[in-house]
Design a protein around this ligand. Sequence first.
Ligand code: NAD
Length: 493
Amino acid sequence: MAELKDLSTLEVTPYKMFIGGEWVDAVDGATLEVITPIDRNVTIATTPRAQQADADRAVEAARAAFPAWAALPFAERSKALLKCADALEAASEELAQLTALDTGNAIRTQARPEAGTLVALFRYFAGVAGEVKGVTLPSDDGTLQYTRREPLGVVAGILPWNSPLLIAAFKTPAALAAGNTIVLKAAEDAPLTILKMAEICAEHLPAGVLNVVTGYGAEIGDALVNHPGVDKLSFTGSSQIGKMVGGKATERMAHVSLELGGKSPCIVFPDSCTDEVVDQVMLATRFARQSQSCTTGSRVFLHEDIAEEFLAKMVERTRGMTVGDPRDEASDIGCIINAKQYDRVQGFIDEALAQDGVKVEYDGREDLQVGEPGFYHAPIILSQVDPSWRVAREEVFGPLLSVITWKDVDEVVEMANDSHYGLAAFVFSKNLDDALRTAHRIDSGWVQVNQGGGQIPGQSYGGMKDSGVGRESSLEGMLEGFTQIKQINVKLG
Ligand code: NAD
């Protein structure tokens, strides 16, 4: 294993924002510190703390670039995005290393795959740029009736900290392929990879087509949400903030899509107590991402006939996972993003452990080899959880798993759907009839059958209920999320 750099020797890098093809400070010069989750005492960078004036500048740059970018033949936009993809691929190891430092996501299990998805989605949307097209309607000889799909204009993409590159990949190439320009607002806790992505793409995109601003949600985020020059808000983050963003956007009639939180059920049928299924359920727990994933299968429903044996296998697998420095190839699990999130997870644990009847199947905190100054947290598996408890209802966004047993299918479907979220779900059964019937009955925007992970470029991604509105990452996500239809009726002769 290569020696990991001593973080205390790192120099604080002063980053700038990318607006109109230039690297700039905030108008008032204010900055904020970026602390690595690997060591709460180490500031790795400063970024501008953008405000309203910076939003004005970024939106103006994106507006100015919009007409020429939208007017390009789609093949030219596609070519530019393919060049970005090649450049991002060439820099993917650098992006992955920066992801580990910036987000705490482990290099081998998370950071590299995220950088890979970024490249794949730039290529995917470059490939489907020509699908931004209308239809010709049936008409008589004297008329021509057709629709055009037109870009929306300036998109503001507001990003969370958990997987910045992945989420940027859902928005950026789709918006650009359809002819929009974009202002990305990086999360204050993990902005560095987004700035790096802009630097890599800058050479291949006209100035102002892709802009990145940094700072706090309540300041620059809110300024973008309310900005009359922003035509579309593409928000990914918590349901609480998402609802507010959705309300404000709708009030001023801006387009909006919301990718929000989740509390995904993972249902295992009695025919599926195999090692292969246990491996897939382990993927669904997203322990390898500290369960800081909106699609985490955080409620595992095991059929009572197999619960004991299945749980024993899960505990064994979890015990075998290494929590450690996210830059280390040996680490399966990295660290939680910050102190606030760490304390939030602790709050859920304390509350769950105080419940009558809860059983602790595994508490990795006893085996944890690493601790302060990083925000390391080992997984905890609880069984005999009552579905009404908060730990089984609210998004923990940390490695705390609730296991619930079930007897019959109607009962488990009811429990799975008894949630205000509806983002992802997992169903495991050898009997595809059972699996698919169950998948169809679950209120979720994405159901995986007999797999715990595996997102492909072009698949439709989005939630139901409090998990959001709109789809991303797919062709229809690009068409519905980043274009609008114009109907043209022509009288000939
Ligand atoms: P968050 O809602 O706190 O912040 C998300 C982004 O919104 C950040 O950039 C933040 O600065 C900005 N923001 C905060 N207040 C704002 C305001 N008033 N106006 C405008 N912008 C504002 O979420 P987070 O803690 O960064 O991310 C974790 C959440 O994101 C979890 O709930 C997770 O489930 C969700 N998430 C969802 C998806 C998905 O695709 N559905 C993907 C990843 C994360």
